[in-house]
Design a protein around this ligand. Structure first.
Ligand code: ZN
Length: 280
């Protein structure tokens, strides 16, 4: 789907049937009383429905705002880990395979992989890459399942300036920065350290900043079905800084606003003040 389509276009998309339960839940009543996060998604809360057609505003240094509308997506909570991490043997095989590839890369760039300084480089690089992508070994459900608590709190929860390191999926070079997350509880809260863990799981994968922003918001929305979720990320992209453009201090800002954060400008404003990311 292109970035230019409006919300209405999502409903006109030929791949989405008018009877799709994501968009046309049969019973609004069951939607609002749903509590159990383990329950299947045959009844969907309004917030969850909203994230299935969520829009992100993306701006570079706050400029050139544009909006992307996403088509229906599978549940973030139901996503399985993409690779095994349980046995030492699996890990060693993976590192061996990546090391051989790095040997080839070293030769292809004109280096001599057998010279002293590079002798162990391919293996070290492989180990580093496995670490940088360890988010593939984890699922969000494992992260949040033991950290959802019933709580009458209604006030905004903000965890600000969480450090974040990722690899851009277009160049496999780092992008890094800070993440601020806010949500409005709806009788359930998430253990505070788990918000940083969610950021970690999604950022330790090949990513684009836009998707990372959305996935963090969706994971929190699905886990505790709050009244709203807000995520803002500011990053430096080494692929912009080190390559062609060489825009040294250009920070990229992305945000995802769901529920009351999207609907109520005052709530959004409060989050943007509380979660403000200082220059880094
Ligand atoms: Zn890049």
């Amino acid at each position: 789907m292109t970035s230019e389509q409006s919300d209405d276009d999502i409903f006109l998309d030929s791949t989405i049937s008018k009877t799709d339960p994501f968009f046309f839940p049969s019973s609004p009543k069951s939607v609002t009383t749903k509590r159990n996060h383990e329950a299947s998604h045959d009844t969907i809360s309004p917030l969850i429905r909203q994230i299935k057609s969520a829009s992100l505003s993306i701006g570079e240094n706050g400029e050139n705002e544009r909006t992307i509308h996403n088509r229906r997506r599978p549940s973030v909570l139901d996503e399985k880990a993409l690779r095994e991490a349980d046995t030492e043997t699996v890990r060693e095989q993976r590192i061996d395979a990546i090391s051989r590839s790095y040997q080839g890369i070293l030769q292809s760039i004109g280096e001599d992989p057998s010279r002293q300084g590079l002798l162990k480089t391919a293996k070290r690089a492989a180990e580093a890459l496995v670490f940088f992508t360890k988010g593939y070994e984890q699922s969000i459900r494992d992260v949040v399942s033991d950290a959802i608590f019933d709580e009458e709190c209604e006030n905004m929860v903000v965890v600000k300036e969480i450090d974040m390191y990722s690899l851009c999926e277009h160049h496999m070079v780092p992008f890094f920065g800070k993440v601020s997350v806010g949500y409005l509880p709806n009788k359930r809260v998430l253990g505070l350290s788990k918000i940083a863990r969610i950021v970690e799981v999604f950022s330790r994968r090949l990513q684009v900043q836009e998707r990372l922003t959305r996935q963090i918001a969706e994971a929190i929305a699905e886990a505790i079905e709050p009244r709203g979720v807000a995520v803002i990320i500011e990053c430096l992209h080494m692929c912009m800084i080190m390559r062609g453009a060489q825009k040294v201090n250009s920070r990229t800002t992305t945000s995802a606003m769901l529920g009351e954060f999207r609907e109520d400008p005052k709530t959004r404003e409060e989050f943007l003040t509380l979660g403000r990311i200082k220059p880094f």
